[in-house]
Write a protein that binds this ligand. Structure first.
Ligand code: EPZ
Length: 418
């Protein structure tokens, strides 16, 4: 098991550079198999979710070469084999191989994906989308076979603006015959990044980033070069850390409009920010932070993936703040551990009520999932004394070089294996 230890209460100064977006990368890697030619993707974060997808590529006999920050994927000798459970269960995004394999071979066989335990996480909308495109889905225990004689365009309305379903349907539809329209599509920046990649390969997708995406199917996709956008959730996490412990701490390589909902809330709490073209710097944090409420929502609403780290900041605000989670039913697992560190949070239904300010004191806590883990790091940096975070492998799934990045700005943080 991986364990992170933090000696907290230190001021953090300097710059933190944001890496490529995890949730774009994990879709771009499966998308790359839609061509038979080479795809070069740069700004790929070195996180364990990337490694897990590269392992699946290798199982499919796809050639993968990793050099600093870039990934060269060549599917020339690819074989469409069944993706075994030991690979699919390592992460949620393994499900993007369903759409990509279906698009390319009209057949995908794989086991149910894994990922953070933050809710039931069904894939019914993905499967309904594949069926609308002409595929037949069969499910035996945990194994899904999705198969079509021919994929044809369709009009698909998503009951929920699901990120995963939008991308997966896009992956299958780019090589279908005719036109597909996805209505109530998700609008997250990662979807735009994936659509741009596919268009760079010769796909015809319009409307990504709006709630209606149109895809004109093509027969062939070709080689391309592509860059992953900066990770808005990593940027948001470090910005929250800067608000908690920073002294002139600048977060670099950010697309500020991707985190507008966070920066507005920070300003509402009284924090002064310097927002540049590609950076955000915390200029001043008032002695008394104002309490505020947040409600998670699909983009451009407040990101559910930032809710857990943001809760840590709210423990330092004067009065009562409320966090309402609307996307995932089980995303308050960080709360008992924050309370162990000294916060005063009560959860009722889908809302956490935070009474602040409270002093945080280091103790042993658990990273129950990726963003809960990020919340523990943020809390550990603020807390006085030593915080030990067990199950820290969750954190390494999504934060590239987190130990180095925080050490460089003055944190006392180490990672060990026990
Ligand atoms: C993506 O998950 C992200 N993961 C999540 O980030 C993020 O929290 C989520 O989008 C919302 O922004 C990746 O991109 C790999 P959804 P995804 O489909 O695509 C329900 C992180 O920490 N739903 O948009 O799985 C679902 O249960 C992770 O980096 C169905 O009911 O999320 C949820 O309530 C965690 N049926 C809602 O929709 C379906 O078929 C939104 O889920 C699909 C989803």
């Amino acid at each position: 098991m991986k364990v992170i230890e933090i000696e907290g209460g230190r001021e953090l100064t300097g710059q933190i550079r944001i890496s490529g977006a995890k949730n774009a990368t994990v879709a771009l890697i499966p998308a790359a198999i839609l061509t038979d030619e080479e795809a070069t993707i740069c700004n790929v974060p070195e996180i364990t979710d990337t490694d897990a997808l590269c392992d699946i590529l290798k199982e499919l006999n796809v050639n993968v070469n990793r050099s600093t920050e870039s990934l060269v994927i060549n599917p020339q000798n690819m074989k469409n084999v069944e993706i075994q459970e030991e690979f699919s269960k390592k992460l949620r995004a393994s499900y993007y191989f369903m759409g990509a394999l279906l698009g390319k071979y009209k057949k995908a066989v794989m086991y149910f994906p894994g990922g953070c335990s933050i809710g039931a996480r069904p894939i019914d909308l993905h499967l309904k989308g594949f069926e609308a495109l002409g595929a037949k889905v069969t499910n035996e225990k945990n194994k899904y076979t999705v198969e079509a004689e021919e994929l044809h365009g369709a009009n698909i309305y998503l009951d929920i603006a699901s990120v995963g379903a939008t991308i997966n349907i896009m992956l299958a539809a780019v090589r279908a015959k005719g036109k597909t329209v996805i209505d109530n599509a998700a609008k997250e920046p990662e979807i735009v990044n994936v659509a741009t990649f596919l268009n760079n390969m010769g796909a015809k997708i319009t409307g990504a980033g709006t709630s209606t995406i149109k895809i004109e199917g093509v027969d062939h996709l070709h080689k391309c070069f592509h860059e992953v956008i900066p990770d808005r959730i990593e940027a948001g996490t470090y910005l929250i850390i800067a608000a908690l412990c920073g002294k002139d701490l600048r977060i670099d390589n950010v697309i500020p409009e991707h985190i507008d909902s966070l920066t507005s809330k920070l300003e509402e709490m009284g924090i002064k920010l310097d927002i540049g073209i590609d950076y955000v710097r915390v200029l001043e944090v008032p002695k008394k932070l104002k309490a505020t409420d947040i409600k998670t929502a699909v983009y451009p609403g407040f990101a559910t993936d930032l809710q857990q780290p943001f809760t840590v900041l709210l423990t330092q605000a004067e009065g009562i703040s409320r966090v309402t989670e609307t996307i995932w039913e089980n995303r308050f697992m960080h709360v008992p551990y924050l309370n162990a560190l000294g916060s005063d949070i009560a959860v009722e239904n889908q809302t956490a009520k935070i009474q602040g300010p409270t002093e945080l004191k280091g103790c042993e806590v658990v990273a129950t999932d990726l963003r809960a883990g990020a919340a523990m790091v943020a809390a550990g940096l603020k807390a006085t004394g030593k915080t030990t975070i067990t199950n820290s492998e969750h954190i390494l799934r999504g934060y590239e070089s987190i130990i180095e990045k925080l050490t460089n700005v003055g944190a006392k943080i180490t990672l060990k294996e026990i």
